[in-house]
Design a protein around this ligand. Structure first.
Ligand code: NAD
Ligand code: MG
Length: 385
């Protein structure tokens, strides 16, 4: 029986994780849950899974939950301290890191410091603080198992092979809803258009990141730290069918891929059960019906965010944290209808060009760069609108 802590249980990854837990009650027990804004959903989850500990963002939310749950209310904490208490719970066997954005960094670090194994969905943890996170995970003996489908595919394609024999990683990308639009058409797209992902159903922020291809940029950075390979050996292929989830090329020319229908429950289940596998009731992959799998180069002129992510990775230091924070602010602003789709990339580029401190030695350096970039991005947006 594995005791799970699920950080961000009310989101898309959190809900899929609980779906797997519900199907395997003999294997998994929910020890702690945390949620941000969807208190109704969190209440349902608490009633169904009976965690011992819960954390929410505000004391007001905590009080609301206590009143609604009455006698069956577990211990309910709030704020970053509450998240950290859940993440570092002494009886946890695995922590599912599924908060969205840089807000996931501190709780995930708390889980690592506690030496817990992590099922890592929150890619921003590695984007913003990759070298620090990997060093602490090694020091504390915390195993990071990827949930992101591309990284799960690479992780699975590396199993049974020698790391030294890898030539390069090939991350696949769906290309998002705007793969076939021209640059001129991209100037006109709305948040509603961008929220229509062709293959995957996900939270709002990552759905917009998929439309700009920043998601792939963040994933290149995530792969750089997770698999310890330089940017030059991580390539991106656009693969609109989202069946090949990513590949590893070896020095003898062999390319090992992992395939499956686009359903996040597969990589989540693998992270929970690794090195074993557990049965899932999902539709079978029918390659004969799909017929064709196609691949193409990403268009970096149209999807400048992917180019910016490679540049930030090459620059190193706090540049990826700055890229990430500026992106979070720009995406929020786009979703509120303030800036245009193409301005997301322009805001990030402007923030990255401004002079700043670039050393990355401590988590505080990441937090400082994150705050600086958010305020810079907000000012840049004010100048545009
Ligand atoms: P989501 O928006 O659906 O859910 C986010 C969760 O984080 C919610 O539980 C929310 O309450 C919580 N949260 C948000 N802000 C918070 C804060 N400030 N403090 C505490 N909790 C907060 O997001 P998602 O799509 O489930 O994505 C979660 C993470 O997984 C992201 O980092 C994303 O990049 C990654 N990921 C998601 C998918 C997917 O299919 N959805 C795939 C790969 C990777
Ligand atoms: Mg992914």
């Amino acid at each position: 029986m594995k005791n799970l802590v699920i950080l961000g249980s009310t989101g898309s990854i959190g809900v899929n994780t609980l779906d797997i837990v519900a199907a395997h009650p003999d294997r998994y027990r929910v020890l702690a849950l945390t949620g941000g804004n969807n208190i109704e959903r969190l209440e349902e989850q608490i009633r169904a899974f009976r965690p011992r500990l819960v954390a929410v963002i505000s004391s007001h939310q905590a009080e609301t939950l206590r009143q609604r749950l009455g006698e069956i209310a577990p211990e309910i904490l709030h704020g970053v301290e509450g998240l950290m208490a859940c993440a570092s719970h002494g009886e946890a066997h695995m922590v599912v890191s599924a908060i969205v954005g840089a807000a996931g960094l501190i709780p995930t670090m708390a889980a690592i410091e506690a030496g817990h194994d992590i099922a890592l969905a929150n890619k921003e943890t590695l984007v913003t603080a990759g070298p620090l996170v990997m060093a602490r995970a090694a020091a504390r003996g915390a195993r990071l198992v990827p949930v992101d489908s591309e990284h799960s595919a690479i992780f699975q394609s590396l199993e049974g092979h020698r790391k030294g024999d890898v030539r390069r990683l090939i991350l696949t990308a769906s290309g998002g809803p705007f793969r076939e639009r021209s640059l001129a058409e991209l100037a006109q797209v709305t948040p509603a258009d961008a929220l229509q992902h062709p293959n995957w159903s996900m939270g709002r922020k990552i759905t917009i990141d998929s439309a700009t291809m920043m998601n792939k940029g963040l994933e290149v950075i995530e792969a750089r730290w997770l698999f310890d390979l330089p940017a030059e050996r991580i390539d991106v292929h656009v693969h609109p069918q989202s069946i090949v989830h990513s590949m590893v090329e070896y020095i003898d020319g062999s390319v090992i891929a992992q395939m499956g229908i686009p359903d996040m429950r597969t990589p989540i289940a693998y992270a929970l059960s690794y090195p074993e596998r557990i049965a899932l009731k999902i539709p079978q992959l029918d390659l004969c019906r799909i017929g064709r799998l196609t691949f193409e180069q990403p268009d970096l002129r149209k999807f400048s965010c992917l180019k910016l992510a490679y540049e930030a990775l090459r620059e190193g230091g706090t540049a990826p944290a700055v890229l990430n924070a500026a992106n979070e602010v720009a995406v929020e602003s786009f979703l509120r209808g303030e800036i245009s789709f193409l301005n997301i990339g322009r805001v990030i580029a402007t923030v990255l060009e401004a002079p700043r401190e670039n050393q990355l030695e401590h988590i505080d350096d990441v937090l400082r760069a994150d705050r600086w970039a958010r305020s810079r991005a907000a000012k840049t947006i004010e100048a545009i609108v």
